[in-house]
Design a protein around this ligand. Sequence first.
Ligand SMILES: *Cc1c(COP(=O)(O)O)cnc(C)c1O
Length: 440
Amino acid sequence: MPKSSHLASQGMSHQDVLARMREMRTDDARWQEGRTWSLVYNAGEELRRVAAEAYTEFMSENGLSPLAFPSLRRFEAEVLTIAAELFHGDTAAGTMTSGGTESILMAIKTARDFARAERGITEPEMVLPASVHPAFQKAAHYFGVKALNIPVGADLRADVDAMRAAIGPRTVLVVGSAPSYPHGVVDPISELAALAQERGVLLHVDACLGGFLLPFARRLGHAIPDFDFAVPGVTSISADLHKYGYAAKGASVVLYRTPELRRYQFFTFAGWSGGLYASPSMAGTRPGGAIAAAWAVLKYLGEEGYLRLSRQVLDTARALREGIAAVPGLKLLGEPSLSIFAFSSDTLDVYALGDAMEARGWKLDRQMSPPALHLMVTPAHAAVVQSFLADLRACAALLASGAPAPDGSAAMYGMLGSIPDRAQAEGFLLQFMDGLYSAE
Ligand SMILES: *Cc1c(COP(=O)(O)O)cnc(C)c1O
């Protein structure tokens, strides 16, 4: 064996390993201070510790075998029961997955296999509002389901008439988001569901983002349209525990209206010398820690905890929306009423504004067509509303006065946005990833 220079011949001490890791994270996003507006759903240190302890307690256990670990089976069953209840799914059945993407992949594989078995469709298509998460394009790519991406309406919500026109004999699935990630608006689920029913196709609601927020927002008196199994025609729902469920990363649920539909998700193989094999989802080994932590957080928070956090998130988001809308030159996209939204400008270069904010320590996601900056509000942001808005007002005023923005990613986004050819932009991304994932 060649001598490896990266795997040291001697191990380091426990202390040294951890010290080295803490050193390596110094440039990481500072989500603890509420300065990051995506990726981390921070509901405070106390809750994080509950999840962390539950996670490490079960980190060696494997959810692939519910027979070996009845504890995990019970955690998962109870998590699913809670989710089904929240989504009015009296007959609903589902599984936990590693995240929103896996939940969506599974819902699409299920729809494809259901349509193949029940309707003889061999060249399946699905009709999507163009605002859906890229996980749907990924599923199309992985599972050979053609994605018809239908432009959204002027209000940035799914255009039901345009989607109706796109449904054909090969359509296996129609999709709506509750809400969509880019603009935080809820698609007209009732209308989409009626359409799906009328045309005899399945309807998936992507509530990855809103699943564990909308039910509580409604109980707090917010006007939340029906989005779940209470709507006839909704046949599956994805909802992420590791977003507004505040669970540890690696936890989501996918639910179907009936256990009969869920059967198309499962994979079984009885011809292996290793024994009978059955797996509910994409993953083989399923980390026990993620399942256990999700259960622990649901138990720890209870309805009261989710209501408290939801209120905090929604109040904070409203204050931010109002503050942003009042900054000269800035405008919100669509009419977001929840905790995720984007803002744009007709007069300022928002990418330059993003760089100016980044120079002050605020990490905002950049969006394209139209160029926009994106916020996903969590409980931790309650404490930074005023300082964020003050910096935003200052940065916008400086840009408006003609001051140059500090160097950042504006040039790259401007360039990417101006590439008319999507294949070319995707080629650029591939090259970028090659670089990102190459050895140090
Ligand atoms: C986050 C998200 C997903 C994908 O979830 P992951 O956990 O990142 O795989 C899908 N849909 C929406 C609306 C989301 O916000």
